[in-house]
Design a protein around this ligand. Structure first.
Ligand code: 4NP
Length: 150
């Protein structure tokens, strides 16, 4: 059985597609499945934001095949780990969790770097390219720790 990891943000076009691409690049695809989803519905079926595609490309990753999808209750059963990008995503996902086992699958991704500090990955949607590079750097650090642990 493969270990399954889901990355979650709001739109599934900026942060979680990057997190998906980064973590995938650090894991053996024979043993792991990595996917991403958004709590919102606006970008279902869409490619990642061009700025996420660009920053991924600058770091040797191709995320152009990803398409947006919305997080659903089925994901609690389907995935072993659910990493959310910020506290708002966490609240939205936990609202859908129907039991303790599901709730325990949900982790704020930057807890990996800053345990118990409740730090969000900032939403770069309204930022310039530097915001996307910052997000990449945070996610790369967090995913390195995750890849070594799971
Ligand atoms: P993401 O960024 O949650 O990192 O994908 C956003 C993308 C789109 C929107 C919000 C956040 N939006 O409101 O459309």
């Amino acid at each position: 059985m493969k270990t399954k990891v889901l990355m979650v943000c709001l739109g599934n076009i900026c942060r979680s597609p990057l997190a998906e691409g980064i973590l995938k690049s650090k894991l053996d695809f024979d043993k792991y499945i990595v996917d991403s989803a958004g709590t919102g519905h606006w970008h279902i079926g869409n490619k990642p934001d061009p700025r996420s595609i660009e920053v991924a490309k600058n770091h040797g990753l191709d995320i152009t095949n990803q398409r947006g999808r919305q997080f659903s209750q089925k994901d609690f059963e389907a995935f072993d780990y659910i990493f959310v990008m910020d506290n708002s995503n966490k609240d939205n996902v936990l609202d859908l969790a129907q039991n303790k086992e599901y709730k325990q699958k949900v982790h704020l991704i930057l807890e990996e770097i800053f345990p118990n500090e409740n730090v969000d990955v900032p939403d770069p949607y309204y930022d310039g390219d530097q915001g996307f590079e910052n997000v990449y750097q945070m996610l790369n650090q967090a995913c390195e720790i995750i890849a070594n642990r799971i």
